[in-house]
Structure formats: structure tokens, C-alpha cells
Design a protein around this ligand. Structure first.
Ligand code: SF4
Length: 661
């Protein structure tokens, strides 16, 4: 049966909402397939506004991989803003896809990609608008499977009640395998209904079905045990790892948004994974091992992608792009090939030492050099040892000197506040470092108009990292520490006026902490917040700390746990963590040793250049690190953004920080 488009009902509402173009679809390289020509239909959701969701690489890749299959189709759906949500409720218009405006409730699967936990309330809005019961337990064979992926899915427990399933790790092969299971199941006449389909997925070993696991708690609130409750369901669910990136040159036909989006450029992922070992960085830990795309593979993706989109800027993406073993050749080759054209290149996320300033210079050939962003992350030498960010202040000053000497005028430094063992003094050293940067810049450039912007985010301990056991700093303490730093910078008569200071208060970090390390009981808090009007929690104008705290008090009233228990409490080794049954490949003993090393300020090298230190990923996953032939050792300062005005245009590379924040 064909499924009717809801566009006729939606269209009259669009004149009454902000940015209606985000709801109309029809982007260059978007795909609409006939409903009845395929067996398996996916609605892919990025649970944020269109402008944030449409450039998301993960969703774009899965959309294309699925649509290439003759027996499947995939369409996209994004969160609707509250103005349209109200009208959709009033006029009974369901959650729809932007491609063919089909109702999300008619698909076989609703696949949701969670980059951050702050999208959880938006999932509930979409489910409710789609007419899908919020709780998986209330769904019937008529409803789509609600399946989560993305980095936040490495601890899906806070949203476990709302999910039918979750997949951890790389999605390309996983969505194809899931599509096969669903296709075969439907071809057999769907024997046993929803329960049987979920069982088949769970027994495959690569799909986590929360309903098939019971969680028991100890009287003090800690988890006693998580155990499967169906035969044949594995005790631990493994992450998926795509080993050969050259076999997966996606997106081949990147989407070109109609409305303004956060990234106005094409991205090519040059490698996946990171073994630098920054202890706060969840992205680095859960995407191991390193897998590089070949020089040729990168060149082809850049060329074909530009031809398919007409974009004028290409970002070379990864968690630490300058660590690609052949990055110098990549940069030179691409700069040569596109010199004199309108194509701009950027490394939105890369380590920096003098070599990397050369790289930034190469990529900005002929362009004006406006600003570079580095991420020392910790203010003091001691703290950088704790977090394994192996960089000295001398490294930074040398790097900054090279940048200013090459004509760069603005330096932005990114730090975190609230790192384990941090003291007021560690944070105050951020101001001293900024002053040193300005002093150096003035000396090297001979000019006084040097600026340094210090940007500070609150540290949130994340699952599957060595800091997963750490106590998070409270919101008041974070605010007090940052106020001390702000006062010290203001009091610096010589350099203070040249230092920009940007920080957020500590409150959103506490909510993120609750959602990151929460267990299934936190689902009640999310639902209460949503019922109280919580939407778009990643947006400061919509976020309400008060709403979250009030909801937590109500939802956790009968439990021996509260928000502080989930956030500012240190865990010990024996505690069962809510995500222990999801296998990121990292050995828990190794993570604990690394946590202890951190407390002793012992650093660990990158296993790309030094012998394996047995984090567990390679043997457990049956994988290996994959780097090219040249293997260079680079200093570990991170460029998280690079603003280059070149060829008469402004390029603003987004801040894809390696911090995983
Ligand atoms: S198992 Fe060894 S080589 Fe593989 S990522 Fe871990 S430390 Fe590196």
C-alpha cells in the first residue's frame, strides 16, 4: 500500500512558522524512492533542528548506503521547532520525513543518531508527533522499531525505555545487516511479530535490545547486575568497526542544504579513530583503532564530492587530522590541484606544532590568515599530564610564534574546567598562558593588535573513558573557579584587554553529566522534563536547569539516588557501571589502570608511534591499527578551528574539537 504524503496538510502551516524552507526537502542529492518498490524502509532522524542535522556525516552516510540498496529506502526527519510542533498538534499533522513527507510512523525503522545526550527530549517529541508510544513496551507490530546509534548510544540506558534497540560503533555495515534481518523476517510473513524480530536482532550479537536485559539494583542505589532475560541473547553487545575506509567512500553524493546550515562545506573523513589517549575524550576512546583512508581514496572523494555538490570548501575531517601519516602529501597534493580555483581547504581539527602551522599555511595558500584555534585543554603542566594531553607550554609558545610569524593574527585557546584533581591554581594558569601567547605574538609580529580568545567548557566525565569513574565538579564550584579566572584576567593591566574570555556556566554540564552516566532510572527524569515542556536542550535559549532539577526531584523521589549521586560522586572499580554490558573493545582493567596513572600524573604515548599498550581494542575486536607508510610523530596540540579568508571568500571551519565535548 502506498503511503500518502502529509505535505498537503503541512503546507498551509509553513507560512506561519520560522524558517519554513527547512521542512520542504528536495535538496541536491536527496533521494525519493517508490514506497512499494522496496521491502525495508528506514526513517533516519537527527534529533535537532534541520540546520544542525543536515550536515551530519553519519546520517548522510547511512542515508546513501541504504538508498543504494534496491530493496530498501531511507528518508530523513529532523526535530521540528516548537512553533511548528504546536501547529502540527493543532492540525493533526504527524512527524514527517523531509524527502517525501511520509509519516514517520509508517516506516519499518526509525533510526536516531545521538551525537549528544541533549537530544533525548527531542526524540520524545518526534515519537509523540509520530503517534509512536513513548515506551517500547507499549508498541505493537504496527509501529516502527526505534533504534539508536551515534556516540551517545555507547550508554543508551537513560533512554532504554524509549528504544527498541541500539547499535554501538560504525553504522555502515550494521544498517545493512539489520536491513537483511528485517527483509528476511518480513518475507517469511513476520512470524512471532515484534518480539521475534527483536530476538533475531539481539541474537546476532551486534544489536542491543534493552528489553532483553534486566537490571537489578543494590539497596544503596548502585547496580547489582545486568543480565539477559532471553535465551541466546549475549551478555555483552559488541561495537561495530568498519576496517577498510576505502571500501566505504561515503558520502559520495553529499547533500546540499537548501536552508542555511552550521557547515557550509563538504567534508571528507580522512581517518577514523584516535589513539592519542586524551583521557577525557570519549570520541577518541570509543572509535579506536585508527583506520586511515588512503591518499588516493581521499583525492577521489574530494574530486567527486565537489563535482556532485558545487561546494567551494572542503574540510578534511577526523578527530586529529594532522595525525594522518601522509597528511603533508594530502595537503600539498590538494593545494596544488586546487590552486587558482575557488576551492578552499581546511583542517577543522588537527594537532599543531611547527609542522602543522606549515600545513595550515599550505592549505591557506594565497588566503588571508585570520585565526587558529588550539586546544591545550588544561591550564597547567601538571593538569595536562593528568589528562594525557602531552604538550608543554614551550610547545604552545613555539607553535604560536610560528603561527604569528606566518601572518596569523588571532589565536583561540580551548580549555576545560573541572578536570579531575584540578585546583584554582590550575585554572588561574590559563590566564597566564594567554598572557604569554599575547606577549609572544607582539614580539614575533612587532604589532600590538594581537588577540587571544580563551574559551572554556565544563568537563563532563563520559562512559568508556578512564575518567568514567571520576567525580564531576559541581555547577557552583565550576562557576566560582571561572569567576576567579575572569577577575584575574581583568586585573592584568598589561595583557588583560587583549584577552577575550568565553565560558558557559556550570549548569548545562551537570544535566549532560546526568544523561551521560545515567542508568535506566534517569529515563523517568527525561520523560518528566519533556512533559514539563523540555525541548531542544542543547540550545541555551530553550534549556532550563531549573526544569531538569525539579523533574529529577519528582522522578527520583522513591530512589536512593539523586542528581549529585549521578554526577559529583566518584565511583570505585567494583561498581557495575550502567554501560558495562556494551563492549567498546576497551579493557576495563586497562581503563582503570589509565585512571590510576592519571592520578599519578603518568602519561601514555600514542600506540601509532610506540608499542601497543594493550588497551584491548585490537585483539578484542579482531582488528588492527591501520596507518600509512610514513608514520610521523607530531606534537599533540590540537587546532580545533581555522578561519581563513581566501580567494575573496570567508571560510569558517567549524570547531570539531577532539575533546568529544
Ligand atoms: S590494542 Fe594496542 S595497538 Fe590497538 S588501539 Fe589499543 S593500544 Fe593501540
Amino acid at each position: 500500500m502506498p503511503v500518502e504524503s502529509v505535505f498537503t496538510a503541512l503546507e498551509p502551516l509553513l507560512a506561519r512558522v520560522s524558517k519554513p524552507i527547512q521542512y520542504v526537502g528536495g535538496e541536491l542529492n536527496s533521494t525519493v524512492k517508490d514506497w512499494d518498490d522496496v521491502e525495508v524502509r528506514w526513517a533516519l532522524m537527527y534529533p535537532d533542528a534541520y540546520e544542525v542535522g543536515v550536515p551530519n556525516q553519519g546520517t548522510m552516510i547511512l542515508y546513501e548506503v541504504l538508498n543504494e540498496r534496491p530493496d530498501a529506502l531511507a528518508e530523513r526527519t529532523y526535530s521540528v521547532w516548537p512553533d511548528l510542533e504546536a501547529l502540527m498538534r493543532e492540525h493533526a499533522v504527524p512527524q514527517f520525513t523531509v524527502d517525501a513527507h511520509r509519516p514517520v510512523g509508517a516506516f519499518d525503522v526509525l533510526g536516531v543518531s545521538f551525537s549528544t545526550e541533549l537530544g533525548y527530549t527531542n526524540l520524545l517529541t518526534a515519537l509523540d508527533l509520530a503517534g509512536i508510544p513513548l515506551h517500547a513496551a507499549d508498541r505493537t507490530d504496527e509501529h516502527p522499531l526505534v533504534l539508536a546509534g551515534g556516540h551517545a548510544a555507547f550508554n543508551p540506558e537513560p533512554v532504554a525505555d524509549f528504544l527498541d534497540a541500539a547499535v554501538v560503533g560504525d553504522g555502515e555495515e550494521a544498517v545493512l545487516a539489520i536491513t537483511d534481518v528485517i527483509r528476511d523476517f518480513k518475507a517469511e510473513g513476520s512470524p512471532g511479530g515484534r518480539e521475534e524480530l527483536l530476538l533475531r536482532l539481539a541474537r546476532s550479537g551486534g544489536v542491543y535490545v534493552p528489553a532483553f536485559y534486566d537490571v537489578d539494583y543494590l539497596p544503596d542505589g548502585r547496580i547489582h547486575r545486568v543480565a539477559p532475560n532471553r535465551p541466546g541473547v549475549p551478555w555483552r553487545v559488541s561495537k561495530h568497526t568498519v576496517m577498510d575506509l576505502d571500501e566505504w567512500p561515503y558520502p559520495k553524493q553529499p547533500l546540499v542544504p537548501l536552508a542555511e546550515s552550521v557547515h557550509e562545506r563538504m567534508s571528507v573523513e580522512i581517518f577514523r579513530g584516535c589513539t592519542r589517549g586524551c583521557r577525557f575524550c570519549q570520541a577518541g576512546m570509543i572509535t579506536r583503532p585508527v583506520r586511515e583512508r588512503s591518499l588516493q581514496g581521499i583525492g577521489e572523494m574530494v574530486e567527486k564530492g565537489l563535482a556532485a555538490t558545487g561546494f567551494e570548501e572542503v574540510g578534511l575531517l577526523s578527530l586529529s587530522s594532522a595525525d594522518h601519516s601522509e597528511i603533508a602529501e594530502v595537503a600539498k597534493g590538494l593545494a596544488d590541484r586546487y590552486e587558482g580555483t575557488n576551492t578552499g581547504l581546511s583542517l577543522p581539527s588537527t594537532r599543531v606544532d611547527a609542522f602543522n602551522i606549515d600545513l595550515a599555511n599550505e592549505l591557506s595558500r594565497g588566503g588571508r590568515r585570520s585565526g587558529l584555534t588550539f586546544a591545550p585543554e588544561g591550564g597547567s603542566e601538571r593538569l595536562r599530564k593528568v589528562i594525557n594531553k602531552m604538550v608543554s607550554e614551550d610547545d604552545l609558545i613555539r607553535t604560536v610564534s610560528a603561527a604569528y610569524a606566518s601572518g596569523w593574527r588571532q589565536v583561540k585557546l580551548y580549555f576545560m574546567c573541572g578536570l579531575p584533581t584540578e585546583t584554582d591554581d590550575d585554572v588561574l594558569q590559563i590566564g597566564q598562558m594567554a598572557a604569554n601567547v599575547i606577549r609572544t605574538g607582539r614580539q614575533v609580529s612587532g604589532q600590538n593588535d594581537i588577540r587571544c580568545t580563551v574559551s572554556i567548557g565544563g568537563f563532563v566525565p563520559k562512559p568508556h573513558t578512564p575518567f568514567q569513574w571520576a567525580a564531576q565538579l559541581g555547577a557552583e564550584e565550576t562557576d566560582a573557579r571561572l569567576a576567579l579566572l575572569r577577575d584575574a584576567v581583568r586585573a592584568d593591566k598589561k595583557y588583560g584587554r587583549s584577552i577575550g574570555f568565553r565560558y558557559h556556566d556550570g549548569k548545562p554540564g551537570i544535566v549532560e553529566g546526568l544523561l551521560s552516566r545515567g542508568d535506566r532510572r534517569v529515563g523517568r527524569v527525561i520523560e518528566q522534563v519533556w512533559r514539563d515542556g523540555g525541548r531542544f536542550d542543547g540550545w541555551s535559549e530553550h534549556f532550563s536547569y531549573q526544569r531538569w532539577m525539579a523533574a529529577a526531584q519528582v522522578a527520583l523521589a522513591d530512589e536512593p539516588v539523586d542528581v549529585a549521586w549521578y554526577t559529583t560522586r566518584e565511583r570505585d572499580f567494583s561498581e557495575v557501571l550502567p554501560w558495562d554490558h556494551l563492549d567498546s573493545g576497551l579493557d576495563k582493567d586497562w581503563l582503570w589502570e589509565d585512571w590510576q596513572d592519571s592520578l599519578s600524573e603518568v602519561e601514555v604515548e600514542d600506540c601509532r608511534w610506540t608499542p601497543c599498550f594493550d588497551c584491548g581494542v585490537c585483539p578484542q575486536m579482531g582488528t588492527d591499527i591501520q596507518v600509512g607508510p610514513t608514520g610521523k610523530t607530531l606534537l599533540p596540540l590540537t587546532v580545533t578551528g581555522q578561519g581563513v579568508t581566501g580567494h575573496g571568500r570567508q571560510h569558517l571551519a567549524a570547531s570539531a574539537a577532539s575533546s568529544g565535548q
